[in-house]
Design a protein around this ligand. Structure first.
Ligand code: NI
Length: 255
């Protein structure tokens, strides 16, 4: 059985064929998926899916770095206000993204630090989105030294060296997704030396579609393609990869 630990199943990309997407996911062996939030605009859709699929789709709440703008304070307050509404499985996705825009870097850092502290207080894991902001992220981790938290580096594509460095700074897992199936993917090289105990699987659907569907819409059933590629790279049976990564996910998110 497989777990897709980063699945935007509530995205409008799935609105027209939701049931078909779901049955393909179950056929592929998916037993659960974790749904990260982004901002207020997706909150209701996310909860509607979580309520419809209570033992399958696990909801998270958080303010995504690309949604940190002029109204960041309002958006952050929204997360705080709704934290006690129900059982959340993580605070996420949160992080830093200096690829799309550098206009609100300072605010992104502040919002990230606050949300990691919230997660630590609530005993929840964090789902970290990091893009072209590695130095700032290490500064954040330095600022938060002493704050005890756990989480996942989502869409991990870093080197073996940064993996080791991060493990020394917090209790991280590493989310491996479709990128690992791409030609010359650096993460495939890093993955050879990473411990499977530190790995969880994800799709980030509807984005980051694995080969051979790259360029088309991604969907939860494709987590199996990621698992197969990981098995190939680690030279392990698919059952071992799915078993170990699912166990890792269950422990991290307390599923
Ligand atoms: Ni995402």
């Amino acid at each position: 059985m497989l777990i897709d630990t980063h699945c935007h199943l509530y995205d409008e990309a799935f609105r027209d064929d939701f049931e078909a997407v779901l049955s393909r996911a179950r056929e592929a062996g998916l037993e659960a998926c974790v749904m990260p939030g982004i901002d207020r605009s997706c909150h209701d859709a996310l909860l509607a899916v979580a309520d419809a699929l209570p033992d399958f789709a696990y909801p998270c709440i958080g303010l995504h770095p690309t949604s940190v703008g002029e109204n960041w304070q309002e958006e952050l307050d929204f997360v705080k206000q709704h934290l006690s509404d129900r059982r959340w499985y993580a605070i996420g996705e949160i992080g830093l993204d200096e690829y799309w825009s550098k206009d609100f870097v300072k605010e992104q850092i502040r919002v990230l630090e606050e949300q990691i502290s919230l997660a630590a207080e609530a005993g929840l894991p964090v789902i970290i989105h990091l893009r072209e902001a590695t130095d700032d992220f290490f500064r954040v981790l330095d600022d938060l030294r002493g704050v005890d938290f756990r989480g996942v580096m989502h869409a991990w594509s870093g080197s073996y060296e940064s993996y080791k460095r991060l493990l020394g700074l917090a209790d991280f897992k590493f989310g491996i997704g479709g990128v690992v199936t791409y030609k010359n993917a650096g993460v495939a090289v890093a993955l050879e030396r990473m411990s499977l105990e530190d790995v969880i699987l994800e799709t980030d659907c509807p984005w980051l579609t694995p080969v051979p569907y790259r360029g088309k819409r991604n969907e939860p059933s494709y987590v199996r393609l990621v698992a197969e590629k990981v098995a190939l790279i680690k030279d392990l049976p698919l059952e071992t990869v799915s078993g170990v990564t699912s166990a890792n996910a269950k422990i991290l998110f307390k599923l």
